[in-house]
Design a protein around this ligand. Structure first.
Ligand code: NAD
Length: 354
């Protein structure tokens, strides 16, 4: 048997807990990478893994990612992640969710969960009947902190794109700046609407062509086929759909000066941040620019723990600080010649005392 701490993705994680509850069929892993800044916070993924090692790798890698993301968002939260190992029919029962809630509760607040791939808002509500350590629960009122994170993520990306345009193009406004947006869902659609208000020139694409065309008509923008969006000649390419799109081929196709968008894990491999820098393209590290949603749900959770109402203005204020962090990264990258993704990782490591 191979010990998990010999896994390449094991990075001195503080706690990796295997959870098994036979009567409900629950099998899960809860990983806390760092609690240096606060409780390990990060979503639960419900996924059918071909082998348990894949589940362990995900828990280790994603919980470390959350340590970096929460630290760079300025949150008093550490990094954690859980994976629930689904069977090949992806059977999910109320008993399983209850047992998972009990496992989180037993950790006494060391791990705070949230929605991730394969989990729904209703699942989070079910888990929250067994433990208070759940963030991102539905809240009353449109635009209230803690509910759907999409609009808050979009707001942070909008601020981040404006900062990138200032840094790279020397412009204080996005009026007339050409921005190509990949993905027009919750995040990409929100970013497009905010940029359109400022007079940006938009080109949109979505695998769901009807969605992209409808938004283009609403915003007086152009819609192109999703295979064409990465090659559009523009100022800013904003990926808001899939991860790992910035690979050798994707980077070679880009005809832009800035890449700034909300998709998670945009760089296919570590060397692709450097590849962007070598092409003279300014890159906004994904986990820094897309932190608006996590800021919103974390602040709602922290307020709830104190029996206080979440101050939406404080949430907005913190999201508006995303550009400052990006600017710090870019300045450091400009002066050191180290690519912005590596600079961001090093800043995050310093914040979590690694
Ligand atoms: P979403 O499902 O609402 O929207 C994604 C959109 O991308 C959909 O309209 C889908 O049709 C489109 N799409 C999928 N494949 C595509 C392709 N190949 N080309 C073009 N379009 C494609 O999801 P979302 O919440 O908007 O999230 C978008 C991205 O941002 C994801 O990578 C997600 O992990 C990341 N993210 C989201 C949040 C959030 O708060 N929702 C926070 C951080 C990061």
């Amino acid at each position: 048997m191979t010990a998990f701490w010999t896994e390449p993705d094991y990075d001195d994680h503080e706690m990796v807990q295997f959870v098994r509850e036979p009567s409900s069929g629950l099998t899960a892993i809860i990983a806390i990478h760092s609690s240096h800044l606060g409780p390990g916070a990060g979503g639960t993924r419900f996924w059918h893994y071909r082998d348990p090692a894949g589940a362990m790798r995900d828990a280790l890698r994603l919980s470390r990612g959350m340590s970096y993301k929460n630290a760079m968002a300025g949150l008093p939260m550490g990094g954690g992640k859980a994976v629930v190992l689904a069977d090949n029919q992806s059977t999910k029962t109320p008993e399983m969710l209850a047992a998972f809630g009990d496992a989180i509760e037993a950790l006494g607040g060391r791990y705070v969960t949230a929605e991730d791939v394969g989990m729904s808002e209703a699942d989070m509500v079910a888990i929250s009947r067994r433990t208070a350590h759940v963030s991102g629960l539905p809240v009353e009122g449109e635009g209230a902190a803690g509910g759907d994170p999409g609009p808050f993520t979009a707001m942070g990306i909008y601020h981040g794109i404006k900062a990138a345009v200032r840094h790279k193009l020397g412009k204080d406004s996005v009026a007339g700046v050409h921005i190509a947006i990949q993905g027009t869902g919750s995040v990409g659609g929100g970013v497009a609407r905010l940029l359109a208000k400022d007079g940006a020139k938009l080109t949109l694409a979505d695998i769901n062509e009807t969605r992209a065309k409808a938004l283009a008509a609403e915003l007086d923008a152009e819609a192109v086929h999703c295979d064409a969006i990465m090659g559009v000649t523009c100022d800013v390419f904003s990926p808001n759909a899939l991860g790992a799109i910035l690979d050798d081929e994707g980077i070679a196709r880009l005809d832009c000066q800035v890449v700034a968008g909300g998709a998670n894990n945009q760089l296919a491999r570590e060397n692709h941040g450097q590849a962007l820098a070598e092409r003279g393209i300014l890159y906004a590290p994904d986990y820094v620019i897309n932190a608006g949603g996590i800021i919103s749900v974390a602040m709602e959770y922290l307020s709830r723990q104190q029996n206080e109402a979440c101050d939406i203005n404080e949430v907005r204020k913190r999201i508006a600080q995303i550009p400052e962090r990006l600017e710090q990264i870019w300045q450091e990258s400009d002066s050191s010649g180290i690519s912005s993704d590596v600079v961001a990782d090093r800043m995050a490591q310093k914040l979590i005392g690694r």
